[in-house]
Write a protein that binds this ligand. Structure first.
Ligand code: ZN
Length: 208
């Protein structure tokens, strides 16, 4: 079978999600490999040259962002209601625009990227998905991919159980044949990773 024009979407491979960062993945005590272990497979995928387009997403929050426990006034990792009325996991302050933690990990071959999509840029809405935020604002990613004839996407990156999951499910909704390459993904916690794979599969994502 002929392979359709395919894009690689690399989700949030940023300093704050890696060892030493504000929200290092996985969380401590999970008996999972550190997120840096996905750098070689992701770099190899980009370097091989098989993808018609390569897109990086970048979590990029204002300091007052609604996903930060400090702004919500609740304990870390609890679920709170945002001022906009969304249920929101209360994360540590992470990926604040203009800070080193928001930068791509220096080991990521960013030179292969055709497009960088910044997400979570509105104070009042989070955006796990690379396609749209929780308030419905589109990032333009679907339009970019369709304008370039892309029919399928492979999704990799961080975190399997949050932003990779949301991006992959939105890719299916946008009409793309969607795969998640599990060995090039890192997640927050074992139970939510397992649930995320089940949820993605149920939504029509192929897990490889
Ligand atoms: Zn974030």
């Amino acid at each position: 079978m002929k392979t359709p024009p395919t894009a690689l979407i690399v989700v949030d491979v940023q300093c704050d999600f890696m060892t030493g960062g504000a929200l290092a993945v996985p969380l401590p005590g999970q008996d999972l490999p550190a997120a840096e272990t996905i750098l070689p497979p992701i770099n190899q995928l980009m370097a091989e040259g098989h993808y018609a387009r390569i897109v990086l997403t970048q979590d990029f929050h204002p300091a007052g962002h609604c996903s930060f426990a400090a702004n919500l006034g609740v304990p870390l990792y609890s679920v709170a209601r945002t001022p906009a009325g969304r249920d929101q996991v209360a994360w540590p302050v992470h990926c604040v625009k203009g800070t080193p933690g928001a930068e791509f990990h220096p080991g990521l071959y960013t030179r292969f990227a055709d497009l960088i999509i910044r997400k979570g840029v509105r104070t009042e809405f989070d955006s796990y998905s690379g396609f749209a935020d929780d308030g419905g604002d589109l990032t333009g990613l679907a339009g970019y991919l369709k304008a370039n004839g892309i029919e399928a996407v492979d999704v990799v990156g961080i975190a399997t159980d949050y932003c990779v999951k949301a991006t992959a499910i939105d890719a299916v909704k946008a009409g793309f044949r969607t795969r998640v390459l599990a060995t090039a993904c890192a997640g927050v916690a074992k139970d939510t990773i397992a649930a995320a794979f089940a949820e993605m599969a149920a939504a029509g994502v192929t897990i490889e």
